[in-house]
Design a protein around this ligand. Structure first.
Ligand SMILES: [Zn+2]
Ligand SMILES: [Zn+2]
Length: 60
């Protein structure tokens, strides 16, 4: 159990926000998962299924 960085509740936090802080399931549902770094981002920080940082790294 940890404190979710978004709602501030002490609960199960199986997810990670882009800041490396713990994120609960309810809050994770409001964000987009980057399938590369497995962190949650705001919509504007996503580029397809990757975050903008991972998208730049995977450019080919
Ligand atoms: Zn939360
Ligand atoms: Zn990423």
């Amino acid at each position: 159990m940890a404190r979710c960085c978004k709602c501030g509740k002490q609960k199960e936090t199986p997810f990670v926000f882009r800041t490396d802080e713990p994120l609960c399931k309810d809050c994770a549902a409001k964000y987009e998962l980057c399938t590369k770094c497995s962190r949650y981002f705001e919509y504007e920080n996503m580029n397809g299924s990757y975050c903008t940082a991972c998208d730049m790294l995977s450019e080919d």
